[in-house]
Design a protein. Structure first.
Length: 223
């Protein structure tokens, strides 16, 4: 912008000097057609010299000396610097070992050899004709397959579960001893139910609290 203003000033001065010079020449020509005097020439030369000096002085004053150095800007860190992440401790993997759980060893009850039996026959059978309310005998033929004699004072015939057909009690002594490999017929007085149907009962031979011979009875009552 300043250079443009200086240029305009120079042009304006040159134009003024030209006008002045023209006026001088015109005045002189009106009086006489003679060449400009030495005084006029000196005056114009002095004016032009002064203008040139002014222009040079303005150029020198406004000239840029060198390249201005850019200001140094000190960068101020913003905020508080984040802390350096501390590495997490590594986990040491310990191999997992399981202690085997000891399962209980099944205990097998050996077959009783001292007291044992085999049921060889039972009645009434499901094919027998039993009517409602009929008296009948429940019978089982058993064989002593144990190693001990069944003493009639020690072995009992005992009711366990099912329909109670018996009419005289749930527990009976044997009527006689039964030797090893001998047979015995257990008889119980019974009464059929008043309603037709199929019924079941379970008895046992017992030595004290030990039951060693299961006796099943199935009764079919029909009209």
């Amino acid at each position: 912008m300043k250079n443009k203003q200086i240029t305009l000033r120079i042009l304006a001065m040159v134009a003024i000097m030209t006008i002045l010079a023209g006026c001088s020449f015109a005045t002189t020509a009106g009086v006489a057609t003679a060449a400009p005097t030495e005084i006029q020439a000196a005056t114009v030369s002095a004016i032009m010299t002064q203008a040139a000096s002014t222009v040079i002085a303005n150029f020198t004053k406004n000239a840029v000396i060198g390249t201005p150095a850019l200001p140094t800007v000190a960068l101020t860190p913003l905020g508080t610097p984040l802390p350096t992440n501390t590495p997490l401790p590594t986990r040491t993997l310990i191999p997992w070992t399981s202690t085997p759980i000891h399962t209980s060893t099944p205990v097998f009850t050996p077959t009783l050899t001292t007291y044992n039996c085999t049921v060889t026959d039972a009645s009434p059978k499901s094919t027998n004709k039993i009517t409602p309310g009929m008296d009948f005998d429940g019978q089982w033929v058993v064989k002593n397959t144990g190693s001990e004699t069944w003493l009639h004072t020690e072995i009992d015939l005992k009711y366990v579960s099912g329909t109670k057909f018996q009419t005289k009690g749930d527990l009976f002594d044997l009527k006689s001893d039964v030797a090893k490999a001998g047979s015995y017929t257990a008889i119980v007085d019974m009464l059929a139910p008043a309603t037709a149907g199929t019924y079941y009962a379970t008895w046992t031979l017992a030595y004290g609290s030990l039951s060693f011979c299961t006796l099943k009875l199935t009764l079919v009552v029909t009209k």
